[in-house]
Design a protein around this ligand. Sequence first.
Ligand code: DGL
Length: 267
Amino acid sequence: MSDAPIGIFDSGVGGLTVERAIRRRLPAESTVYLGDTARVPYGPKSPETVRRYAREAAAFLLSCDVKLIVIACNTATARAADDVAARVATPVVGVIEPGSREAVRRSRTGRIGVIGTRGTIESGCYERLIKELRPEAMVVATPCPLFVSLVEEGWLDGEVPRLTARRYLEPLLQRDIDTLVLGCTHYPLLEPMLSDVARGVELIDSAEATAAAVEGRLGELGLRSTTDAPTSRYYVTDDTERFRQVAELFLGGRVGSLERVSLSSSA
Ligand code: DGL
């Protein structure tokens, strides 16, 4: 079982930031990545719909005999991680708890901003967890829905991304945040531009923190891989070539084994 792959899913390509962090930190682990590209974005969808999608994604990963499921999508973690974890025997790791812990650890003043999709922000998940971990924290959260489209277009910097970032971040900066959680898989790609717009604010990318959480969980369960020939497989629910193009932007490298699959209602 310990040489079985880690299953990772996201609504699309964004979760590759998490997949890459896992592969870097745990080079002996095999991975199976599922991007539900036929149904992206999850951000504006209702909680029930996201829960259904997440259940189907988890079922697909289980059919690949994974030893652990990583929900690399913030929206799916916010809306569906508890539901998925209650239904499957395989351990489940989401991105919100590791990101929240990291924010609490790194913030000096306890004034923490959170940005994400509408679904993630409406769920109040980050605020709840951060407050649980640090009750005196001041948390200010705002959705930044246009960021996902900018990243998908490859507009990572320039006049339009900067103007958009200034409009979204102004209310948070006015509240003197010292830490900003990038609570969406796509936002780490905007990090160089965001760190300039939010100068002096510590940016938290939950990908690294999630990879550390995966390492910890596998260690606790005695499931660390011992193979010296790990594999990485990729599945999508829509066109593979579009995924390949955007994935190369995310990963900065080639995507190897890539196949299109149907989840029950994505066909
Ligand atoms: N993966 C989503 C997230 O991290 C962003 C894209 C979407 O809306 O599906 O929330």
